[in-house]
Design a protein. Structure first.
Length: 689
């Protein structure tokens, strides 16, 4: 089996064409291995396309409504209607478009049915019922005198535009590069002691690398391509920091891998800090998302940065800056994801081999981007990515990529890598000690006081409000890899990264910042793009039933409770969202001389229903934006979503809708029967009992 993809461009020197000239101008690696560079470029574009377009929520179109359409011709039995609106001069209806019609004058929601547009010649709109009408529907249409209201969705129906938009764009999973990073899946599975769904994808890419050893690093990894760009634009121009003796660096990636796996075995997830794809995805979330938001929407829509942002970007800068030491220094010597693939090379079915016709010119060693050329210009198999660049520059065609057991006459593999400065035994002992020490260091991270102390610090700072569908907090911290994909997919920046207030254990994990924005009832994107199941991929109906917190009214500062002025902001916002979890109660009623309440005195103040509130935070957002920021009546929002025991539902599996139904049954249970299930009569959260 031979797979020499470089030959068509690099060895046909008698065919000078435009394509060859372009490859040669792009650099020696492009001319030597164009197939690899093209695949690498396409994957790089695909990664940022998935992140910047598929995950970008603002391609969603909210439901539209068109008012004041008068029926001018009605055939109720046939379901044919003609409407007119003299003011609809800029409206466009395409033939075949589906519209929901209602007439509020009929009472209730006045729903008349779903219609299909037959024609539209302003101001006349011809409609046909999408389904055969029933008798009640015929009577409603026949008795309606208008005006009609037309909309994209049925009146009272929950919106779903954000979820629908993601679903329509996600032809391949938005998180595909994250699930192909095997260190992500392996470490989260070990840390959580559970099967992680992305393990299947990680296993598939490792199996593929049996045929193309370390092919992920050489062809697919967007971080590697970004490092290549940095090396080409900056690294090659700065030579003063170059290192030549690379033997001492060769085992760093294995030590990092051992530390990550050792920590995972003890329940602490470190892969999000050092794995390749989470690093580049988080950098995109902290750099590209604000830029995209500012350019596409407005710069004031960008949330403020915290210390965690700067630390993450500094770490990303270090990854790129390592290229000043050597091209692709991170990929060669540091990347623990690369170490997983390097160990996978032990099971390779194919291999780079060198014929005895090699003239020892050294061109292959000079051009190799992964330091995979061993002594006598044979192969360091753990480093080789099958990029075939070396074969493209070989002047005599001595480098072949063949089956591992090919019987041709090959040069003998060197016993020692080039530039290795120690004896094999000393090198083996030193490396073994380094790996063992790394395992102990990773395991020690789980018990180091104050370092990974998120669970303890949360007790004093208050628990973070996690996204809908988040698994229980201990499991969440063992599954969340801090990739930042959910930040990009979340509309209005509801989800923002936790800083150092929860310790390193919680650093960069997502939290709901309701002062900035509330959780949209039409969105379930965060769970759809989560690669590890830290946020469950819930259907939209389940997501709306998932309680992430409980809105608590501060009666000392709330304007009606304090007797300052009437305010209905939170109540109206909750009704608009469709939850109807906040109701009015009258407070501050004045009494007359006979002790009777004076009609119209006092204020209507909000009260939160514990059975309906899911903690979306829309009420807090509204209060903060108007009463705090605009009117400056309050120092902080008077209604705040709080998480914690009894205030949130964090299910590893199961239905939130079923949970709500069970609570409803307990509330409706007769008082004499309530002791049977220990509920004490009626459901109340623990913090209200």
């Amino acid at each position: 089996m031979r797979c020499n993809w470089y030959a068509p461009v690099s060895n046909r020197r008698d065919k000078q064409g435009i394509l060859r000239s372009v490859f040669r101008a792009a650099g020696p690696t492009w001319a030597a291995s164009p197939a690899r560079r093209i695949i690498q470029g396409l994957c790089f574009i695909a990664f940022f396309g998935l992140f910047c377009y598929v995950c970008w929520p603002y391609t969603a179109r909210p439901p539209r409504t068109w008012q004041n359409w008068l029926p001018v011709k009605v055939d109720a039995e046939q379901g044919q209607v003609a409407l007119a609106n003299e003011t609809a001069t800029d409206v466009r209806f395409a033939s075949g478009m589906r519209l929901h019609a209602s007439d509020p004058s009929l009472g209730g929601d006045g729903y008349l049915g779903e219609f299909e547009v037959k024609s539209f010649v302003p101001p006349r709109l011809e409609l046909q019922l999408a389904a055969k009408p029933g008798r009640e529907q015929v009577d409603a249409i026949a008795s309606s005198v208008g005006p009609w209201s037309l909309s994209d969705r049925r009146p009272g129906q929950w919106p779903s535009h954000y979820a629908d938009s993601l679903s329509s764009k996600e032809h391949i999973a938005a998180e595909v590069f994250l699930i192909l990073d095997p260190l992500v899946s392996i470490s989260t599975s070990l840390a959580s002691r559970s099967w992680v769904w992305s393990l299947a994808a990680a296993g598939a890419i490792l199996l593929a690398c049996v045929l193309v050893p370390r092919g992920f690093c050489g062809y697919l990894c967007p971080l590697g391509t970004l490092i290549d760009l940095f090396d080409g634009l900056v690294g090659r121009r700065v030579q003063r920091f170059r290192v030549t003796n690379v033997g001492r660096w060769g085992f760093i990636k294995y030590c990092l891998l051992a530390a990550v796996l050792g920590a995972a075995l003890c329940g602490v997830l470190l892969s999000g800090f050092v794995a390749a794809i989470p690093i580049v995805t988080r950098a995109a979330a902290f750099l590209l998302t604000p830029l995209q938001t500012g350019l596409a929407r407005d710069w004031h829509q960008i949330p403020p940065w915290g210390a965690g942002h700067f630390v993450s970007l500094a770490m990303f800068g270090i990854v790129l800056a390592l290229g000043l030491l050597q091209p692709r220094f991170w990929c060669k010597f540091v990347c623990p994801t690369g170490a997983v693939f390097s160990l996978g090379n032990c099971f390779r079915a194919t291999q780079r081999k060198v014929l005895r016709t090699c003239i020892d010119c050294g061109k292959c060693a000079a051009v190799c981007p992964f330091d995979a050329i061993a002594g006598h210009f044979t192969t360091q198999t753990l480093n080789c990515t099958f990029c075939q660049t070396c074969g493209g520059v070989c002047p005599v065609g001595s480098i072949q990529f063949v089956g591992r057991r090919d019987a041709s006459e090959w040069k003998e593999t060197a016993a020692l890598p080039r530039n290795e400065g120690t004896t094999p035994r000393r090198a083996f002992l030193a490396r073994s000690a380094a790996v063992f020490g790394s395992v102990l260091a990773g395991a020690g991270a789980s018990v180091t006081p104050g370092l990974f102390a998120g669970r303890r610090i949360a007790a004093s700072h208050g628990p973070a409000v996690r996204p809908p569908g988040s698994v229980p907090e201990p499991d969440f911290l063992q599954l969340c890899i801090r990739c930042g994909e959910c930040y990009q997919a979340c509309p209005n920046n509801v989800l923002q990264p936790v800083g150092f207030e929860l310790g390193l254990d919680g650093l960069w994990t997502p939290q709901v910042v309701a002062d900035w924005s509330g959780c949209e009832p039409s969105c379930s994107n965060c769970g759809q793009v989560c690669p590890t199941g830290a946020i469950r991929a819930l259907p939209l109906e389940e997501k709306r039933a998932a309680r992430i917190g409980y809105a608590v009214v501060d009666q000392k500062t709330c304007l009606p409770f304090a007797g300052k002025e009437p305010c209905e902001l939170c109540v109206n916002e909750c009704r608009t969202a469709g939850y109807n979890a906040i109701e009015f109660q009258r407070v501050g009623t004045e009494l007359d001389a006979f002790g009777q309440p004076i009609e119209g005195s006092g204020f209507l103040a909000p009260t939160v229903r514990s059975d309906l509130c899911v903690g979306c935070g829309l009420c807090q957002t509204r209060c903060n934006r108007i009463n705090v920021q605009t009117k400056r009546l309050l120092p902080a929002s008077a209604i705040v979503v709080q998480a914690g025991p009894g205030r949130e539902d964090r299910l590893r599996s199961g239905s939130y809708i079923a949970l709500r139904e069970a609570e409803k049954q307990r509330r409706e249970m007769p008082p004499g029967d309530s002791a049977k299930d220990g509920s004490g009569g009626g459901y109340l959260p623990e913090f209200l009992k």
